[in-house]
Write a protein that binds this ligand. Sequence first.
Ligand SMILES: [Zn+2]
Length: 366
Amino acid sequence: MTRIECMPLVLVCLCIVTCWVAAEDKRPHIAIRGIYGGVPVELLEHGTLQEFGVNAIFMGSGGITDERIALLKTQGAKVFAEFNTMHVADYLKEYPDAAPIGVDGKVSPPPHGWQGICPTHPGYRRFRMDAFREVLSKFEIDGIWLDYHHSHASWERAEPDMPDTCFCERCVAQFRQQTKTELPNETTPQLARRLLGQHNDVWVQWRCDVFTDWVREFREIIDESRPEALLGTFHCPWTDTEFDGALRNKLAIDLKAQAEYLDVFSIMPYHARFGHAADPSWISRQTAWLGKHLSIKGEPTERHRIWPIVQLSDWGETVSIEQVRSVIDHGTRRPATGVMVFNWGSLKGQMDKVSEMGDYYRAIRP
Ligand SMILES: [Zn+2]
């Protein structure tokens, strides 16, 4: 065979390889390519959102205005609000009785400065539900994501600090009544020992149920005020067995129970922050576990969706520009059907990474 004769075969082979790679790169199962952290003003100085392959912006509900939504909509982006559920620390200035109580019967100091709130404080719950309703009724958002929906604990790091709470009189009384558990009249430290000892299973489930019931009410408010909006949650990326089952027995997150009310699970596998700086494949492993746990495959017909929020910004550890593609690659593998990068506040000063993100987002766009 002459050189000329073999050329077409080589070209065909090259084409097959190229098409195959391109088809892999397209990832048509990924519907959302997002940025978390507000309107990316600095990005818009370099091009449109479409030019960066971005089609969704997530921003704090306090920063939403009609003008910002209009700007993002003209760029063809969906707008999702982030909503702080259990971490409005300022509330305690006026209502100190909403502070979580520890096993010693005293106010539990905020671990690493992270302040949670007692989940049964009726005034605080009303305060958050009213704020949630207001965001949904005021703004034409495409969805709203619960954030910090867990107990008083610091876990967004490699070494978490998760004190046992809340043993306030109100929580203990509700537990006793709702679970029909008989408890003697003892001091708080004595009762806390019992709850974490002989009654531990019932106590853990009751705490999970309290947090799930908040999600039920959030869903009810969406159904009343903006039924087309999605309800999502930003949640701890651990499996049910990591840190001795802390997801449920410390953080009070019962993902399966919450799934009844949620549409989207935005797992937070911040690989660098969580001690996996050199291993972005941790992201797809945690996401795969979540899919298995909740029976989500990443099919377009499924009600439940997994849209991980992945770390590109330097937080705890740096994320190098060379790692950007790998991070988004692992964040966009099934069962994920969407992804967003964390976070604009930091990335706006690192346009080289943003440009790398844009190249990847454009490449996987259907
Ligand atoms: Zn309490």
